[in-house]
Design a protein around this ligand. Sequence first.
Ligand code: NAI
Length: 338
Amino acid sequence: MTHRITLIPGDGIGTEITSAVVRIIEASGVEIKWDSFVAGAEALSRFGDPLPQPVLDSIRQNRVALKGPLTTPVGSGFASVNVRLRKTLDLYANLRPVRSLPGVKTPFGELDLVVVRENTEDLYSGLEHVVVPGVVESIKVITEKASTRIAKFAFEYAKQEGRKKVTAIHKANIMKLSDGLFLDCFRKVAVDYPDIAADDKIVDNACMQLVMRPQQFDVLLLENLYGDIISDLAAGLVGGLGIVPGANIGELGAVFEAVHGSAPDIAGMGIANPTAMLQSAILMLRYLNERDAAALIEKALIHTFAAKDVRTKDLGGTASTMEFTEAVVASMKELASA
Ligand code: NAI
């Protein structure tokens, strides 16, 4: 079956890392017809909009997109393209699997956890106002509908990926109504998944536990703001934003993307690390139910890190983007013929 997927190479290093990933996916044998679109800074200068309507139409039609990093123009009055994408397509679940890679040394040992973040409400609703001069209110919105659907998403993901536990992270001891509602919804949904353990932790304790005993966590479920902070903290446990993947998933579609930016300081030099983008593509292949290809590429990536002395500069090596890419393709061929 040929999948039709919207490809947004993005700004800065985007073209370099997406072409690396397209090369690896092609070598895996999965058939994809890519509909490629310009977005971000280049689209702004060419079309006056960093997120032109045809890009949104294509994602709506194909339901799946692979997206490189987009530069958010500073001071030009444009909202973040990434935020617009999430809002317009109602991509309510942010998924960030966090797993250590062999040879990428961190003080935290072997880790394999997944952060699920609610993407649409909480303190990100943009409801802020001045009550009287010197006093500002910022309104936190938590709804039963959004809390229930993200809890269901977390348990369904856990079930599908053979995960054992979902932990809700909250501050319901202080925000008794808002975080209390989020926690109640989580507990109600958990009842429908008796084979998956469910527990919860207060967010401050969860932060301490994440850096002291991170191995106790499996799937973490969080509201938008805690999720924003903890997903970056968790990425830091395994080596940072350069290697972890991300996805924004909704009922109308899913956008898979590396969580790092467009790295203007190294753009065009051919030395960007394609790992985060490749891991996002692996998530995409699983979403497309191309599970064998996803497993093969993942094994090849791990094999490349474990058995080959090939690293891009950000991880202390000297390999170019394409040298690293070809090493992954070679690993894939070795594993497929073994
Ligand atoms: P950045 O993530 O682009 O760069 C931070 C540092 O990490 C730089 O030194 C860069 O060279 C390095 N780096 C990032 N990705 C790398 C990779 N794959 N391989 C090797 N080194 C890598 O963050 P920065 O500089 O704050 O943002 C640059 C632009 O990217 C901004 O316009 C920002 O708005 C945008 N951005 C876009 C995101 C997205 O589209 N999802 C996410 C974050 C930032």
